[in-house]
Design a binder for this molecule. Sequence first.
Ligand code: FAD
Length: 475
Amino acid sequence: MTNGITLLDALAQTLGADAILHSEADLAGYIEDWRGRYKGPALCVALPGDTRQVSEIVRLCREHGTPVLPQGGNTSLCGGAVPAAEGRPPVIVNLSRMRRIRRVDAANNSMEVEAGCVLAAVQAAAAAEGRLYPVSLGAEGSCQIGGTIATNAGGTGVLRYGNTRDNVLGLEVVLPDGAIWNGLTALRKNNTGYDLKHLFIGAEGTMGIVTAAVLKLHPLPTAHAVAWLAPESPQAALDILGLFQRACGSRLSAFEMIDSNQLDVVMAHVPGRKNPLADAHPWHVLVELSDTGDDAALQDLLQRILEQASERGLLRDAVVANSGAQRAALWEVRHSVSEGNKKAGVGLTTDTAVPVSAVPRFIDEATQAVRRLVPGLPVLIVAHLGDGNVHFIPFFTFDAWNALPGRDAMAASLRRAVNDVADALGGTFSAEHGVGRSSLAEMAHYKSPVELAMMRAVKQAFDPDHLFNPGRLLP
Ligand code: FAD
């Protein structure tokens, strides 16, 4: 309470009562994460309609010393977007009402959007102008641009287009003191000092609230060729990747690998999904080529590379999609892994990246490492192989998980064992999901004291009261 008025009352007066949710029923969808693993109390959810209102919320929270938790689509896979069970309940600032596409500038290959725009809506608005916004991931129907920026999201297009950081030209941010920074430049060259937008990309809401962004667009591909392959092994998959890179250059737009355990989970738990190939195989790759022009030339190129791979003994089987519907069906299998895993049991998802050339060794050594801890434990592999990002998932059925003695400690040990293997190969424990709450211990363990000190100094300069997303990102 400040000057006799509660923060809730002040927020309701400023934003209007309909923009403040605080009943238990209204809060339910905002205070628990997608997988039901993290949950904590919030003072309320504020739903601002514009940047000025975001700034007012932040100023009021600051006056009352109340933490601020920025939230987008709440699809975080590391517990980053919901309150902690302990500590002072925050005000959740959910950006879903700020979903205006402000402008598409086709000639400049850019678009300006509000942070609450759902990623799929941004892709569609770009496509309507013959342009591509290339960040693409399984949660694109619900995650927001602001959330993808705050987590520097990756996904399936990184191989060709880079991650979110590579596709942001400018930002508008409300800082922890309530000031609004208008950095909405649409320039591709601007060497005028520190490039401040990068401080907010991947900051997971610890440095301010992203309210709008200028995004980089690309020509919309009109030709596609997609195939589902069964390589002999992860090393064979890498060799096939090399064949594609040599022959296709930047036309190679995705190269995704899953193992048979992961495919089995998808087929068993997601209705309508089946093995695209006639027989069972240990490894599966989805490859996509895209370009301007028409499909025929790309399909020919794809077929030629598959023949080469087959002649070299790298490939057990392959099927090429012959229509848009078949392409979509192959992608649906790939995009169903999170849904399947959620229904099938408890997956201890890791988010490692290693140099692409080290992926086969990583998979081998990480499998041995987890099986030393839990003999025979099934592992699921989902890899954005083209950029070395492997979701290596030690997996328990619900029954096995419930029967596991000391399971939290065991989960931590299994993750650490996998991350140690990645670290020894020059890798990281978080390639694209971020740190959130689930990887705080890994931050403390793997980041050097010098790097942590620099991060803390930056945080201190922007948020000296530590009100923004406390308990996330920085241990
Ligand atoms: P939230 O989950 O709401 O928030 C994530 C973090 O960003 C939190 O720390 C939050 O405080 C902060 N934040 C949110 N909005 C703002 C804002 N406007 N300003 C400042 N901070 C903000 N991720 C990948 O990288 N690649 C994938 O392939 C991928 N696949 C996924 C598939 C599924 C099925 C699911 C459920 C998730 C997947 N994710 C993936 C994770 C997730 O979708 C991404 O991290 C996404 O970028 C989060 O966006 P969001 O809007 O849901 O953010």
